[in-house]
Design a binder for this molecule. Structure first.
Ligand code: AR6
Length: 173
């Protein structure tokens, strides 16, 4: 899929209309990619997040990007992996879908995602990549207004798994 790109890098540096944040349900910041986004965006981001009163797992809320190159941040709490019997897969797909719907609504044409839930939330990486790529691909087919979705992988191993999931999709596996 030409409109899905996989890179290794730092999501806070991406020159796109919106970046997604792997947040928690408080939306008040944390470690990992969430901490990096808040540090790079500056304190105004936390101030706006305080007005949102949290967000349920699998849904998304939008803020401005402040000092980030991106105009918007799509905050989405991913599911914590508890073994797979607690709707974790559906909730992860819903994170990507909720962010993309908001991106369309706000006129974004380019969106970057981190690998939601595969850090401290321990979602199995291979399963997560198939859900992410599959959900994004279905959305893009129906939404030509989104020109590019970039998966931004922090480390080489994560990128390898996303590359494999995209190849499998392209090969119709
Ligand atoms: N750019 C891109 N990816 C990054 C960056 C970055 N700057 N920094 C880390 N990652 P995690 P989760 C990768 O743990 O599992 C927070 O405390 C990281 O290597 O950030 O959804 C929140 O507040 C991994 O591949 O998110 C929540 O409490 C991926 O981002 C909780 O962590 C996701 O790892 C959410 O946990």
């Amino acid at each position: 899929m030409a409109r899905i790109e996989i890179v290794q890098g730092d999501i806070t540096k991406q020159q796109v209309d919106a970046i997604a944040n792997a947040a928690n349900t408080t939306l008040l910041g944390g470690g990992g990619v969430d901490g990096a986004i808040h540090r790079a965006a500056g304190p105004e981001l936390l101030a706006e997040c305080r007005t949102l009163h949290g967000c349920p797992t699998g849904e998304a809320k939008i803020t401005k990007g402040y000092r980030l190159p991106a105009k918007y941040v799509l905050h989405t709490p991913g599911p914590v992996w508890h073994g797979g019997q607690n709707d974790e897969e559906e909730l992860l797909a819903s994170c990507y879908l909720s962010c993309l719907c908001l991106a369309s609504e706000y006129g974004c044409r380019t969106v970057a995602f981190p690998s939601i839930s595969t850090g401290v939330y321990h979602f199995p990486l291979e399963k997560a990549t198939r859900i992410a790529i599959g959900t994004i691909a279905v959305y893009l087919r129906e939404h030509p207004e989104i020109e590019l979705v970039r998966m931004v992988c922090f480390d080489a191993r994560t990128k390898e798994y996303y590359d494999a999931a995209l190849r499998a999709l392209e090969e119709g596996a």
